[in-house]
Design a protein around this ligand. Structure first.
Ligand SMILES: [Mg+2]
Length: 282
């Protein structure tokens, strides 16, 4: 196998008109900014380089993200953040879901994204009546097991009534790093639980969630549209082959793997997803 080209951020900026940056494992971890992140963002701002920060996180609004970065002395405009949650309003509009009675598993910010899209968020409760949609955004913001069971009950009752709700998964990630080597389950794992239970209850019905975040192409396309650049003039920097690199390549933009979750040294023998570049650091 030919290894991808080892390169530097400076060389990427010479070669590509715009840049997309992952958050976890590239700019931040659970504790705060990673080495080089603040310097890179300051340089992009100074040079006026078109860029977006693209993340599967569907638990924080762009304003909440900007405030979080600001607490670490990194001042960015909210529109710099392109999150999987921020795809929800457009998804609702494009799929006839204005007015849809929608269960939201997630935070207040997740619920606000659904409301912005014209959905009518309904609170988790026992014995919920028929719903039109469910958006599984995050593992936080609700009582985890009870909330999942209440959601399952509402989906089952709706399907039994002949009304299959729209199943929407902004953040398809299964786990996230909690810091100190610990992992947490997140939205993608919740959707798998629900799908497995629904497959048992309704064999052959193929009830599956629609994924919005990476590795689907939607976030990359949204970022390119916001930057008003053709997607093939962008380069994505990410630390995960299966989401950042696979998604970027499928969407048509170049992809640089930063040493991290998917260290190329370990992945290269069996990898089917090949980045264009390798970065040792930011
Ligand atoms: Mg990452």
């Amino acid at each position: 196998m030919t290894d991808p080209q080892a390169t530097t951020v400076a060389a990427l900026l010479d070669r590509h008109a715009g840049m997309l940056l992952d958050v976890y494992g590239v700019l931040f971890d659970a504790r705060g900014p990673l080495p080089g992140a603040a310097e890179l963002l300051a340089m992009l701002e100074r040079r006026g380089t078109p860029y977006r920060i693209v993340t599967n996180d569907a638990s924080r609004s762009q304003a909440t993200y900007a405030a979080r970065f600001a607490r670490h002395a990194i001042t960015l405009a909210p529109e710099r953040f392109c999150t999987s949650g921020s795809l929800l309003p457009g998804y609702f509009a494009a799929h006839g879901l204005v007015g849809a009675r929608t269960l939201v598993l997630g935070t207040e910010d997740s619920i606000a994204f659904v409301r912005e899209g014209g959905g009518e968020p309904i609170a988790l409760a026992n014995d919920l009546p028929q719903i039109d949609a469910i958006a599984v955004c995050d593992d936080s913001g609700f009582d985890f097991l009870r909330g999942i069971e209440q959601a399952l009950g509402a989906i089952v009752r709706s399907v039994e009534a002949g009304h299959v709700p729209a199943l929407i998964l902004p953040n398809p990630d299964l786990v996230y790093p909690k810091g100190g080597g610990e992992l947490g389950f997140t939205a993608g794992s919740i959707a798998l639980l629900l799908e497995a239970a629904l497959a048992r209850r309704f064999p052959g019905a193929e009830l599956r969630f629609t994924h919005l975040g990476k590795p689907e192409p939607h976030l990359f396309r949204a970022a390119a549209a916001q930057l008003d650049l053709p997607i093939d003039q962008l380069v994505m920097i990410g630390d995960t082959l299966e989401t950042d690199i696979a998604g970027a390549r499928a969407a048509g933009c170049a992809a640089a793997l930063l040493a991290g979750v998917s260290s190329w040294h370990h992945a290269r023998e069996t990898a089917t997803i090949i980045p264009d570049y390798l970065l040792a650091s930011l």
